[in-house]
Ligand binder design. Sequence first.
Ligand code: 5RP
Length: 311
Amino acid sequence: MPDVDEVNDGKNFRINLPAKSNVFFLKGSNSLDWGMKNRLARVFNPITGRTVMLAFDHGYFQGPTTGLERIDLNIVPLIPYADALMTTRGALRSSIPAESNKAVVLRCSGGQSILKELSNELVAVAIEDAIRVNAAAMAVQVYIGGQHEHQSIRNLVSLIDAGYHYGIPTLGVTGVGKELVRDAKYLGLATRIAAELGAHFVKTYFCEKGFERVVAGCPVPLVVAGGKKLPELDALTMAYKAVDQGAAGVDMGRNIFQSEAPVAMIKAVRSVVHQDETPERAFELYRSLKNERHSAGEDLHLSASRTPKVQ
Ligand code: 5RP
């Protein structure tokens, strides 16, 4: 038993100094519980308020798409340069080293394929499994205006409710399918609906006209998808415009893993997102990193034998 006589009363209460109360750094997130905030602070960098999410969940409806034939070879070497990994539980368990210690945004909706109607999804992961793999957030597609709009909204709200039990935030992913136009009016509608229904952050697309209004109308952070593979300078320009107009980062897949030099590209994307580098300077960085590897005689396509140590 400890000797109570030895215990000194604290004296330094700094009575005249009010206790600090923090304002959480992410838009619309101040009223969340500690666990939710802590997980969001793993997805978003608390210093810049932004994130580079590496998206490689495409296989859940597209199968082995170009650049994702071998997640162990194509994606694992990129992990050190991402803030968060957007992936399925199948890819995570089979191919991602548990030591990677990066925030996982777990794809939790699915149930269709490119051969069928895309909006026909269900909740494809139980909350217990999201907890089991230590997910920092769950991602679910919402198809506003899609054939199965109502069902996709039900998927979103059921995951949000389950996530509240355990302090796991939910990413609402605006799925546009093939037929819907990605303009500010549509994206403003879809992102706002996802946020109002409780999504803690929302993934959308960049649009050339009116993107600032989409950001302003969404009360929680927005991240932009990369979309189809573009020339590297165009993809960096899109990322630059998106963060310049208020996006809290990117959730980028094909424009990184389908690049000729994926590590150089993700580093260039990071420089735009976290250092406000201009697209031209980021492209210069991309080119010089790519050339360094060329002159070192390295294959630009990644191989497991030179996988960098994952931090
Ligand atoms: C698939 C997704 C992808 O994660 C998302 O589209 C981002 O990837 P990309 O930059 O390749 O568009 O949600 O449904």
